[in-house]
Design a protein around this ligand. Structure first.
Ligand SMILES: C[S@@+](CC[C@H](N)C(=O)[O-])C[C@H]1O[C@@H](n2cnc3c(N)ncnc32)[C@H](O)[C@@H]1O
Length: 241
């Protein structure tokens, strides 16, 4: 923490992921140096069932800043949700949009994220790394807390998700990873990102709910995905409906 505080820009932000058992320690440790602003709970859905305890299916992501002057852009991370009870005033949609793909509302991001699954085997971004984060999750953090051209650093790169997403979103990036095999995998992903900038679940500047593939397919700019991605996405959506 001390070293991260040293290298972070005065107006920079830091995000630290943890599970329930380390979350309290992370919070206390962050508080020693940074201004802790929030804790995001990510419902990652998949978790190993246990007979004598609750299934562990969530993670905490602590958000802190170095000072009170920091960049935060909620408009860049809005969630496109299906409207369950379409409310109208004078016959017109109230705060939602009627489209040929369905009825949607753009909502401000909250600190509870239930729209992101861990990368499944059938997703193009999936690697062999055991704790790989989804690109969609990292994209939210990077978009909310940095501008294009800003610098993103991840001291625990793993499969390289942070660097890959930073690259796709036009940020500068750097990181460290102790395991050579993971590092080589990250380098490969960075190379692949040169010809494929798509981030599953993020399209036309908005994030889509889980299982929105059919609506995304019908979205007018869907042609940005390759036919191979289309195949994987369709398969993924069919499996998780
Ligand atoms: C939780 S994983 C990160 C996963 C990553 N966010 C992703 O999406 O793939 C943590 C990574 O930190 C690496 N690591 C552990 N200790 C390290 C150290 N002292 N320096 C650099 N990397 C380290 C591990 O090898 C592991 O790949």
């Amino acid at each position: 923490m001390k070293q991260l505080f040293r290298i972070l820009k005065e107006e920079g932000s830091i995000y630290v992921c943890s599970d329930w058992s380390t979350s309290t320690a992370i919070d206390l440790s962050l508080q020693k140096y940074f201004k802790v602003r929030n804790r995001i709970t990510w419902e990652r859905e998949k978790g190993r069932g246990a007979l004598s305890n609750w299934k562990n299916a969530s993670e905490d992501i602590w958000f802190a800043t170095k000072s009170d002057t920091y960049y935060f852009n909620p408009d860049s991370v809005k969630l496109k949700r299906k409207v369950i009870a379409p409310y109208r005033v004078d016959g017109k949609p109230k705060d939602w949009e009627e489209t040929t793909e369905g009825n949607f509302r753009l909502t401000f991001p909250s600190n509870f994220w239930s729209d992101i699954t861990i990368p499944y085997w059938s997703m193009p971004e999936n690697t062999d790394h055991p704790t790989q984060k989804p690109e969609k999750l990292i994209a939210k953090l990077i978009l909310a807390s940095s501008k294009p051209g800003d610098f993103v650093f991840d001291p625990f790169l793993g499969s390289g998700t942070t660097a890959v997403v930073a690259k796709k979103l036009g940020r500068k990036y750097s990181g460290t990873e102790i395991n050579r095999e993971y590092l080589l995998g990250a380098a490969k992903r960075l190379e692949m990102a040169e010809s494929n900038l798509s981030i599953q679940g993020y399209q036309d500047g908005v994030f889509w709910e889980r299982n929105s593939l059919s609506e995304m397919n019908r979205n007018k700019n869907f042609q940005t995905l390759s036919s191979e991605e289309l195949f994987h996405e369709t398969k993924f959506d069919a499996e998780h409906r």
